[in-house]
Design a binder for this molecule. Structure first.
Ligand SMILES: [Ca+2]
Ligand SMILES: [Ca+2]
Ligand SMILES: [Ca+2]
Length: 248
């Protein structure tokens, strides 16, 4: 089978387009997001937060209306003792994405790491008092965004899931962050659709669970990191070369 140049170009385009449609979001560089980081610096170290927290214009709580709170127990590797985690896998958010706080003492908390990033937010698990960081964190944005980034801390290689939701409660994507290390991560909607109205962050990560910090929301289109954009200047250059060659 022989390919004509224009056939190859069409094939390349369809491959790139196909790859872009494969996932609802793409991972992008945290530093590519334009926005002010929500740093939780106003929270006192060790504070337990009952009720919905508003920070940087974003609401934080435990779960959304429609999500049932269950308890998951997971043994630490090599130990009999179990960690108890918030489990939100039963039920789905109802339309409107209404944020709910956890029970008193089992909602959210703040911890100051004493470094440049300072205070981070954690979810309190179902065993209040012995479950710092083992709970779910959910966030509801004032208006939907097309991209978001955040810092995770105290990650010990356990399962971590970021579930992104539309305002109608529909799941956009459950991003699997399992096996990550502490760091900053960012995700952008494929095609730049600004329909991410909130998220839940759940995990089974032992030893102080995980904490969230430096949340950035972006509404402006984020440059796609895919090869598509790298390809375009290359194709334009090739076309220009071809035109020059024909002209001579
Ligand atoms: Ca901070
Ligand atoms: Ca909780
Ligand atoms: Ca941990």
């Amino acid at each position: 089978m022989r390919f004509k140049p224009h056939t190859l170009a069409a094939l390349a385009f369809s491959l790139v387009a196909g790859a872009a449609q494969a996932a609802a979001t793409q991972e992008v560089h945290y530093t590519s997001l334009n926005g002010t980081a929500i740093s939780f610096s106003e929270l006192a170290d060790g504070a337990l937060i009952d009720g919905v927290l508003t920070s940087g214009g974003v609401q934080f709580g435990e779960r959304f209306d429609g999500q049932e709170l269950a308890i998951a127990k997971a043994p630490r590797p090599g130990e009999v003792a179990q960690d108890w985690f918030d489990d939100l896998s039963n039920g789905t958010p109802t339309a409107g994405l209404t944020l709910l706080a956890g029970a008193a003492g089992a909602n959210l908390g703040a911890y100051n790491y004493g470094d440049a990033d300072g205070t981070a937010l954690f979810g309190v698990g179902p065993l209040a008092g012995a479950a710092d960081g083992f709970g779910a964190i959910s966030a509801r944005f004032a208006s939907p965004v097309s991209a978001l980034g955040f810092q995770l801390r105290d990650v010990n290689g356990g399962a971590v899931t970021l579930s992104l939701y539309r305002i109608d409660g529909g799941l956009i994507e459950a991003v699997d962050l399992s096996g990550r290390s502490d760091g900053r991560f960012a995700f952008a909607r494929t095609g730049g659709t600004a329909d991410i109205a909130g998220f839940t962050l759940t995990h089974r990560d032992d030893y102080y669970g995980v904490s969230l910090d430096n949340l950035v929301l972006a509404t402006a289109p984020v440059p796609e990191p895919a090869s598509a954009l790298l390809l375009v200047p290359g194709l334009l250059t090739l076309a220009a070369v071809a035109r020059r060659r024909r002209a001579h």
